[in-house]
Structure formats: C-alpha cells, structure tokens
Design a protein around this ligand. Structure first.
Ligand SMILES: Cc1cc2nc3c(=O)[nH]c(=O)nc-3n(C[C@H](O)[C@H](O)[C@H](O)COP(=O)(O)OP(=O)(O)OC[C@H]3O[C@@H](n4cnc5c(N)ncnc54)[C@H](O)[C@@H]3O)c2cc1C
Length: 409
C-alpha cells in the first residue's frame, strides 16, 4: 500500500514545473510520487495551435534538453524568435535585441504549454522511479516522525499526504507545484503578498499582412501592454494586457472590429490584422509567497510566485526553481550518502533553496511590477523618461548585454 511506502519526494501538481521537477529528480536517483488533479489534454499535431503559449528562455531550453524532451518538442511545433523589439506609444525611443549579437541562433522559443506538458508526461510514463497518482487531490498533510514506518528513517521526520481517494503517501519532502491558487500552500498556512493588477491578459493567434521576421514585439501603451510572439506558421500569438473594463469591451467586439483595434494598438507594425482565432482572457496579478520552505515542504513555480506576463518570465522562473531545488537536494543527498545519513531534506537544505530562489524571484517580480506601473503611466514627464530609458539601454552595449542575459536566464 502506498501509505507504507516512503518516497523521497512527493510533488503535488504535474503542470510544466511539477512535471519537469519530477523528471529531473528521478533522473538524479530519487523515488518520486507525483499527484495531479486532472490529466492534461493530449497535444496533437493536427490540432489548431493552443491559445496558451509561453516564450521559453535559454535556461528553460537547457533544462528541457537535459531532461531529453526538447528534441521531440522542437520537432513537433516550436517557433524560434531571433529578435525582440520593445517600443512605447508615447515616447520615441525603442529597444532591440538580436540573437546574432549574443552569438546565439535564437533568443528563445514560443511553445504551447500543452506540448511542453505532454512531452514531459510521456517521459514520466517511461520513468520507473516516478509513481503517478492522477486524478487525485491532497486533502490533508502533516509532519510525522516516521520511526515506526520504516527503519531507515528512524529519527528522521517525513511528511504524510492524504489524497481524496483515501490513499496516504509518505515522503521525506513534499513539494507544492499546484499553481497560482495552490491548495497545499493554503494547507501549510503560508501567506502570500498579493497585488491585483485589475487587468486581464487577452490571448489569441492572429494573421497579419507583413511577415513577423521571427521577432517578439512588445508595445507599451497608456495603461496597457501588447505583445506579438511569432508562431511557426507565420501568425503571431498576442498577449494584450488591459484594464478589466477594457478587456470586457474588447472581448465583446466582433472579429472585424477586434482586428481593427488590435492593428491600431500595434501601430500597424505588421500591417493590417487579417484573421484572428477566438479570444481568451486571464486575470493578472502579482502574488509572492512569504516563505518557500516549511518542515519537509517546499514551493516551486506559480505556487511560489505569480508575475505579470509582460516579460514572459513566469514559467522560466518556475523552471529555475525546479533546477535549484533539484541541485540542493542532490548535493545534500550525495553529502549524506558519504556520511551514511539519509536526510537530504533537512531544514538547512530547504533554507538554502529558499535563499537562492526567493530573492531572485522577488527581484524579477518587482522589476516587472515597476515596469508595468511606469510604462502604464500617460503622464508626459514619465513617458519622456521611458523614451530616454529605452534609447539609453539600446545604445549602451554593457547595459543591453545585461538585460539580454537576464532575459535568457
Ligand atoms: C496570458 C499569460 C501569458 C503568459 N506568458 C508566459 C510566457 O511567455 N513565458 C513564461 O515563462 N510564462 C508565461 N506565463 C506564465 C506561465 O503560464 C505560468 O508561470 C506557468 O504556467 C506556471 O506553471 P506551473 O507548473 O507552476 O503551474 P500550473 O501550470 O498552474 O500547473 C499546476 C498544476 O497543478 C495541478 N493542480 C492544481 N491544484 C491541484 C491539487 N489540489 N492537487 C493536485 N494537482 C493540482 C493543475 O491541474 C496543474 O496541472 C503566462 C501567463 C499568462 C496568464
């Protein structure tokens, strides 16, 4: 029975971040239980490109390559972006990045969330060190001493998870990767610092008159941001972040009126918008967990931090959490094997993970927050300052390199 088996790590949530972490840990020799409330919809080449896509930075691609899933993702449907152009509706400056300046083939890739998740799931199904529980939800969790459960953990604590079907899982470490509204974070009583942007991100795929030139475009408008991300089929995936009432209005427009407004908001940079898919919208907020670690417990991905999508960094930060957590656990495990103890998930180790990731994520989240507020302003002096800022970063090579390296992770 699962309740008697001791896993090294139990991960709750098998979205992109939880699934990547499970695979990474299994490949490093950990026994993993993975709990997911709903199986992901399968990705099929013949289906229309899914509306949820992410811009993957170089650090995320490196992880997916190491996990041996990138080749199949790239062969299925991934779109390289080689340039990035950022400009402002109210100020003259602009900022451009080119992969060639970095000596790289691409700055990153646009990929459907569903494709990334399904490639990871296929690899998980082939991995004997991962036990998948799906569909299942955690209803309770507590720390236990474990001495009576298995002799090899005498004197070491573990954490018990109770699932909604009555199954009990015991693991030396439980990781919450259950997303934005993390139920597990709630069960642990970990508070979050929240800011509602009172905005929604409208997403759609659109066709346009001119070629996108493998460029990711971002235009700042008063109170809004608009990104065009290049898709492999020549269309672009848009993320148009606008105040809630404006989102309501834009969602209610018919396709022709929506295309006209979108083209104008994008300053017709790619000519007229000639076609659009259906639209979907997501509420936008900043949410930062006050702690990333508790006894026998850690948070990763959106369960730990939700950021504004303007910089396209949410899952990239989540993948960096996964890598860092796997690194500290593996280092601790190797050290402990050397001294014949088995505790790789001590408070000391979990605090190391927390220290390394929490400040990094908070800096990124707050930077996006400042950009969102500064670029949202239509005050003339603020707009002029933005123009000077963009032009300055564009012209000063070390500054530009700094931003390019940060975006690449
Ligand atoms: C409009 C928009 C555009 C974005 N663009 C980008 C981008 O370009 N680049 C980028 O890096 N990021 C982007 N993001 C952010 C990115 O989508 C998220 O950061 C990412 O999806 C988070 O992944 P995750 O695995 O942490 O969480 P999730 O994707 O939310 O996965 C959580 C998983 O946990 C499961 N789960 C939930 N509750 C339970 C439970 N109680 N028990 C068991 N399982 C549970 C869910 O079913 C799900 O599978 C964007 C976000 C938005 C809204």
């Amino acid at each position: 029975m699962s309740g008697r088996r001791l896993f090294d790590v139990a991960i709750v949530g098998a979205g992109m971040v939880g699934a990547a972490l499970a695979l990474d840990l299994a490949q490093r020799g950990f026994d993993v239980a993975l709990v997911e409330s709903r199986p992901p919809a399968p990705w099929r080449a013949e289906d229309e490109v899914d509306l949820r896509v992410v811009a993957l930075a170089a650090s995320s691609i490196a992880l997916l390559q190491r996990l041996d899933v990138w080749t199949s993702i790239a062969a299925s449907r991934a779109s390289a972006y080689r340039r990035m152009q950022v400009w402002d509706a109210l100020a003259p400056g602009s900022l451009g990045f080119d992969a060639a300046d970095e000596g790289a083939a691409a700055l990153g890739y646009i990929v459907e969330n569903k494709l990334i998740q399904s490639a990871l799931w296929r690899a998980i199904e082939r991995q004997p060190a991962i036990r998948l529980h799906c569909p299942a939800r955690v209803v309770a969790t507590e720390v236990s001493t474990g001495a009576a459960i298995e002799s090899r953990i005498t004197n070491h604590e573990s954490r018990l998870l109770t699932l909604d079907d009555g199954t009990q899982l015991k693991a030396r470490l439980v990781v919450a990767a259950d997303g934005d509204d993390s139920a597990l974070r709630g069960l642990l009583g970990i508070a979050t610092r929240d800011r509602d942007y009172a905005q929604r991100g409208i997403v759609a795929h659109v066709a346009h008159e001119r070629a996108h030139e493998a460029t990711a475009w971002q235009r700042f408008l008063p109170g809004a941001t608009l990104a065009f991300l290049p898709l492999a089929d020549g269309r672009s995936s848009i993320v148009w972040s606008v105040p809630n009432d404006e989102a309501e209005r834009l969602l209610a427009l018919d396709d022709v009126a929506f295309r006209t407004e979108l083209g104008a908001a994008f300053d017709f940079r790619l000519g007229a918008i000639t076609a659009t898919t259906r639209r979907a919208a997501f509420p936008l907020r900043l949410r930062l967990a006050e702690r990333y670690a508790a006894p026998r417990f850690a948070l990763v991905g959106d369960a730990a931090h939700v950021v504004h999508p303007l910089a396209g960094q949410g899952v990239n930060l989540g993948f960096r959490d996964a890598v860092e957590l796997a690194n500290v656990l593996a280092e601790a495990k190797n050290r402990k094997v050397a001294d014949s103890s088995h505790d790789f998930a001590s408070e000391y180790t979990l605090r190391r993970y927390e220290r390394r990731r929490r400040s990094d994520n908070a800096i990124a989240a707050n930077a996006f927050d400042v950009i969102q507020r500064g670029f949202g302003s239509d005050v003339a002096a603020v707009a002029a300052l933005r123009g000077v800022g963009l032009a300055l970063v564009d012209r000063v090579a070390p500054l530009k390199r700094f931003f390019a390296h940060h975006a690449a992770g």
